[in-house]
Design a protein around this ligand. Structure first.
Ligand code: SDX
Length: 448
């Protein structure tokens, strides 16, 4: 813990007699407030400032929450400096290499990986919830054909609460469990239906004889008119991509789900809120933005032009797929993603895919450029994912949808943890008010 000084406040860490760590805040009026410091299993300690306002009439101020812990969690741990990502203590590299997606989904929703019997029961539970209420398919027809698939996802997932009322009571653990399984099971079906609707093809029903990833590829790409062969390399790649996107601590969309859930909103509405937040290009929309950027570079400019724009403080352009709020090292997911890209492009005969070659050239140039090195900007999970998805036949408008399919289990796990946390209450941040002081009202006929 550093000692932070400025001319008003002084934070000093002191060890109290009981050897519990205390932070001592000295205020301008000379008063002292002691705050408990909590330690987790691994990672930074936290200063518990819950009582700051009641005892000092001050708020903390932390736009973007760069230094704020919003909750306690056992699900995911990230060490941004070292580029480490753990789910319930297991390294993401080990999970991506050795598990299928539902195994990791079980891990996120429970406290450990499933044994063979638990996996069989869980897989069956999810598989038998993959169909959606037939009337919901009418819901899609209300959208324009050219609606962005994320708009459809926000609408349809939010509407699930109108069809599955029997799993919306968040105080009932059994209803929360059913809603959790329904969301994980139905999200690929809804995503595939959003795609089929956009291209005017018939919806493909889920099949219970296929794995989660095989089923998703089948619903996405098969047509009634002919047999669809599922390439095992592609379904294995799909598992990896879903695993790499499944959860990531308290990111923007997960925090959105937790905040929505803190008011007691039903799980379907909370996940729809998470989908809306994920859509932003600074977050889950980045994979789609990476492809647009690479297309631009291929068409209009050379790589160095774009690197120059990304470094120009007056140019809003940023190198999409680069940088991260937490990772100040290589995003471990990007490393696995890059290897998966090699496998997929090889499987579909696109080893020399120009866009992949360009991406690797762009990455090499950026990683040797002082601007990116000093600001610790490395490729993140989104940098290579779009190239793989494009090679697998996904249109770029579906990339963020795929991110939402994967992240739904992370959102659901975090939502459950929030509800079961006795310390959690409705999220209601305060502000630093910089507006007008109170002033007299002027009637309309007296305003010039
Ligand atoms: C995801 O939070 C998560 O965990 C998210 C995620 C998950 O799994 O949930 O990991 C998924 O969202 C990955 C990130 C995808 N987004 C992008 O690839 C978009 C491009 N990246 C940037 O927009 C940016 O890096 C963010 C949004 C990801 C992080 O922004 P921060 O933490 O607010 O960092 P910042 O904007 O304060 O940047 C610090 C500096 C700035 O320069 P200065 O003002 O200090 O001079 O680095 C610069 C930024 O201008 N910078 C970039 C840059 N990213 C940051 N400059 C050029 N290109 C970039 N990509």
């Amino acid at each position: 813990m550093q000692i932070h000084l400025n001319y008003h406040l002084k934070w000093i860490e002191v060890m109290s007699a009981k050897n519990n760590k205390i932070a001592n805040l000295k205020l301008p009026n000379g008063s002292n407030i002691e705050f408990p410091i909590h330690s987790g299993t691994i990672g930074p300690d936290v200063i518990d400032v819950k009582k700051l306002y009641s005892e000092s009439d001050h708020f903390t101020y932390d736009p973007g929450f760069t230094s704020t812990g919003s909750c306690k969690s056992k699900i995911t741990y990230i060490d941004g400096e070292k580029g480490v990502l753990l789910h319930r203590g297991y390294k993401i590299e080990d999970l991506a290499e050795n598990c299928d997606f539902l195994e990791v989904a079980y891990l996120l929703l429970n406290s450990d990986l499933p044994n063979p019997e638990q996996k069989k029961v869980f897989d069956n539970k999810i598989t038998t919830h993959t169909m959606i209420h037939e009337q919901l398919s009418m819901f899609f027809r209300g959208f324009r054909r050219d609606a962005h698939a994320m708009a459809v996802m926000c609408g349809v997932v939010g509407a699930l609460s109108a069809f599955y009322h029997d799993s919306t009571d968040i105080t009932d653990p059994s209803q929360r469990l059913v809603a959790s399984h329904r969301l994980v099971a139905k999200i690929p079906t809804i995503a595939a239906m959003a795609y089929k609707f956009s291209i005017g093809q018939p919806f493909i029903y889920p099949r219970n004889d296929l794995s989660y990833s095989e089923n998703f590829l089948n619903m996405m790409f098969s047509v009634p008119a002919e047999k669809y062969e599922i390439d095992p390399i592609l379904s294995k790649a799909m598992d990896k991509i879903l695993i790499l996107h499944a959860d990531h601590e308290q990111n923007a969309s997960t925090s959105t789900v937790r905040l929505a859930g803190s008011s007691g909103a039903n799980p379907f509405a909370c996940i729809a809120a998470g989908i809306a937040s994920l859509w932003g290009p600074a977050h889950g929309g980045a994979n789609e933005a990476v492809i647009h950027m690479l297309n631009e570079i291929q068409k209009n400019g050379n790589v160095y032009e774009f690197i120059k724009k990304a470094k120009d403080p007056n140019d809003p352009f940023r190198l999409m797929g680069f940088g991260h709020r937490v990772y100040k090292n290589y995003d471990p997911r990007a490393t696995v993603m890059k290897k998966t890209a090699d496998a997929v492009l090889g499987a579909v005969g696109k080893e020399d895919e120009p866009m992949f070659i360009l991406a690797r050239e762009l990455e090499k140039i950026a990683l040797e450029d002082d601007y990116f090195v000093t600001k610790k900007l490395y490729p993140n999970v989104d940098f290579y994912s779009g190239i793989i998805l494009q090679a697998m036949g996904f249109p770029s408008s579906l990339f963020t949808v795929l991110f939402a399919v994967a992240r739904t289990v992370g959102w659901v796990a975090q939502w459950n943890e929030m509800i079961e946390d006795s310390e959690q209450r409705i999220g209601r941040p305060r502000q630093l008010y910089i507006g007008e002081k109170q002033r007299a009202f002027t009637p309309l006929n007296k305003r010039n």
